[in-house]
Design a protein around this ligand. Structure first.
Ligand code: AMP
Length: 389
């Protein structure tokens, strides 16, 4: 594997999108999106992907990774009208977020149509979208396989394959589905794999499906965004609701609250509503329509507080979340980094606070160990004292 660049501060970073010499339609779209300067992952990944090389991108959400793979994909599809592309993502929300970026990028090239194939939505509109010969298919693995089995989708012209959040796809047990899908995708293709964390299983996946990939990375997996102020509040299981209420009353701006299970999410949201707080909830047990409505109300600021489980929150692209509250700690230490990556995006400041009960001691130790490796400090508070920010 070739290591090209490491770290976001490389002196060879490109300072303007024009340097990439992209097609005019794409430059116009970027202008309309107000994207002027490539983010570090874009500066590193785009030139490599434009050359047609396989690529591994280590980047968390919030770094601009979606455009980092969508921009070169669009350039290739504009140049070769026989080529198609496939993006696989672990969750519906992430797939929809990618589709949003694609729609923005193709604002002036609407002929490069996309179709989104995700579970939870009915098959019929998806079949219709496939009949219009989309150039790009964005899919979650399970639903993609449904279409392959029905014969409604042909992947034989896929020239570019993107595996987004590969670590999460493996965590969610999608390895067998990926291997099944690979049998339908041509061998001669370009493959781009993005992952927020790196582990031996992700490495195995990359070895299996990528050829001599270049590797770019903007943040070590153990590192949290530097713009997030992190603190912990020592509390008890019983004291969590009250501590949450205090924190919400003391903070201004939007708040994403992470809770471990669907039923706990419902309970916490109900508790907050009973105190007159503006709150919505999102978890895997809710319909796609309910999830979309909750998300868009949160995105436009109609609802200040969103209570969510990990999986549902994956792929939430809301730019200005000011606070993340870990009502429950995540089961896996790396998920802590994904969660707090929801705030402090694109260089803005954010706050993350975690409730830690005596029962959470070993989980919290794992998280702080991971953070220490990345050089992050977390301040400690007792419940009902004002947090650091
Ligand atoms: P992502 O990591 O792809 O989820 O992107 C995170 C956020 O950064 C999104 O809201 C994007 O719209 C925004 N973004 C991505 N690239 C740029 C850029 N070059 N300039 C400004 N904003 C960007």
């Amino acid at each position: 594997m070739n290591k090209t660049q490491h770290g976001g501060d490389s002196p060879s970073l490109i300072h303007h999108f024009e340097t990439f010499e992209l097609p005019q339609k794409l430059n116009d779209a970027l202008k309309a999106m107000e994207f002027e300067i490539p983010t570090p992952i874009q500066a590193q990944a785009i030139p490599i992907a434009l050359k047609g090389r396989d690529l591994i991108g280590c980047a968390q959400t919030g770094t601009g990774k979606t455009a980092a793979f969508c921009i070169p994909t669009l350039v290739h599809l504009l140049a070769d009208r026989n080529k198609t592309a496939l993006i696989l993502a672990p969750t519906r929300e992430l797939a929809m977020q990618i589709e949003g970026v694609w729609k923005d990028l193709t604002r002036f090239s609407p002929e490069i149509r996309s179709a989104i194939l995700v579970g939870g939505n009915s098959m019929q509109p998806q079949m219709q979208a496939l009949k219009r010969s989309p150039k790009l298919v964005i899919a979650t693995p399970g639903r993609l396989i449904d279409h392959l089995q029905r014969g409604s989708l042909n992947l034989s012209r896929v020239g570019i394959l993107i595996l987004d959040e590969a670590d999460r796809m493996l965590d969610m047990g999608f390895a067998p589905q990926l291997s099944q899908i690979m049998r339908f995708v041509p061998q001669s293709r370009q493959t781009l794999l993005f992952s927020a964390t790196w582990s031996p299983v992700v490495d195995d996946l990359a070895k299996k499906y990528l050829k001599a990939p270049a590797r770019v990375s903007v943040e070590k997996a153990s590192r949290a965004a530097q713009t997030v102020h992190q603190s912990m509040i020592a509390t008890t299981m019983k004291g969590k609701n009250e501590a949450l209420l205090d924190e919400l009353n003391e903070r201004e701006g939007s708040v994403l609250v992470f809770v471990r299970t669907k039923s706990r999410t419902d309970r916490v949201a109900k508790y907050l509503s009973s105190y007159g707080l503006d709150v919505n909830r999102i978890h895997g047990g809710r319909t796609q329509g309910q999830r979309n409505a909750a998300l868009s109300a949160f995105r436009v600021g109609k609802v200040r507080i969103l209570v969510a489980t990990d999986i549902a929150a994956r792929g939430i692209d809301v730019v200005n979340i000011q606070h993340v509250i870990n009502y429950d700690l995540p089961q896996v230490a790396e998920d802590y980094i994904h969660r707090i990556g929801r705030t402090g995006r694109a260089g803005s400041e954010g706050c993350a606070v975690s409730f830690v009960t005596p029962e959470d001691r070993s989980q919290w130790r794992d998280i702080t160990h991971l953070l220490k490796k990345g050089g992050t400090i977390v301040s400690t508070h007792q419940a009902r004292t004002k947090a650091a920010c």
